[in-house]
Design a protein around this ligand. Structure first.
Ligand SMILES: Cc1cc2nc3c(=O)[nH]c(=O)nc-3n(C[C@H](O)[C@H](O)[C@H](O)COP(=O)(O)O)c2cc1C
Length: 207
């Protein structure tokens, strides 16, 4: 699994930074390749295409999810490139979990109505200090990812022609084309990936 943690915080070296460091380390120990990137409201997010899983998270300040992450979802092309992506969500905050689940998580989820959410979790101060809670979040994320990929692989079949075409693409670009095509085929309900499906997927991404 290739994952990226897209996050925001106003506090350098604060609780979110510490949490993300640990999240990245623990996720990497499961065999995942992990990168992290701090969000800016206005930026080019086309790089998220290269990742299987996008983990979005931030603290809450004054009742709102931190502004650069929310801003990125509203003002930039992040939402476009998150289309069809598997995502996981987390928030760090001072409120108890039930309240934060009701008040703050929807601020992110409203932008991700069509995404497969592998895991979502509120990390209130006592949970931030509890590694078992983080382990549980990672377990849920990785387990749900494996199940989703297994289901997709079982239902999708590349035709020989489509595979031959894929093999003609330079290796550094091959994975991206494979991933985009499979995500497109999965959403469109195709069971077989033909040359036409690859073309359709390409056309969709160029829109
Ligand atoms: C200025 C400020 C405002 C905050 N507002 C809220 C809030 O409205 N709701 C909440 O649950 N937590 C709130 N918190 C708590 C933070 O979300 C929590 O401490 C978080 O872990 C801070 O992350 P950071 O250390 O990366 O900045 C606030 C904290 C600060 C410093």
């Amino acid at each position: 699994m290739k994952a990226i943690i897209l996050y925001d915080t106003r506090t350098v070296g604060g609780s979110t930074d510490t949490f993300i460091e640990l999240l990245g380390q623990k996720l990497a120990k499961t065999g995942a390749y992990v990168e992290k990137a701090k969000c800016k409201a206005v930026a080019d997010y086309s790089f998220v295409q290269d990742f299987d899983v996008i983990i979005l998270g931030a603290p809450v300040y004054y009742l709102l999810v931190s502004s650069e992450l929310l801003g990125a979802l509203i003002q930039s092309n992040l939402k476009k490139y998150l289309k069809r992506k598997k995502v996981a969500l987390f928030l760090t905050c001072g409120s108890p979990e039930p309240m934060a689940t009701m008040m703050y998580l929807p601020q992110l989820k409203i932008h991700l109505m069509r995404n497969k959410i592998l895991a979502e979790k509120i990390f209130a101060p006592d949970q931030l200090r509890n590694e078992e809670v983080l382990d549980g979040y990672i377990e849920e994320l990785t387990q749900n990812y494996r199940t989703a990929v297994k289901q997709r692989d079982a239902s999708l079949h590349w035709t020989d022609e489509a595979l031959e075409m894929l093999e003609m693409i330079p290796p550094f670009f091959q994975n991206r084309v494979r991933m985009i095509t499979e995500e497109y085929a999965e959403e469109a309900g195709y069971r077989e990936i033909t040359l036409e499906v690859v073309e359709e997927a390409k056309g969709e991404m160029e829109r």
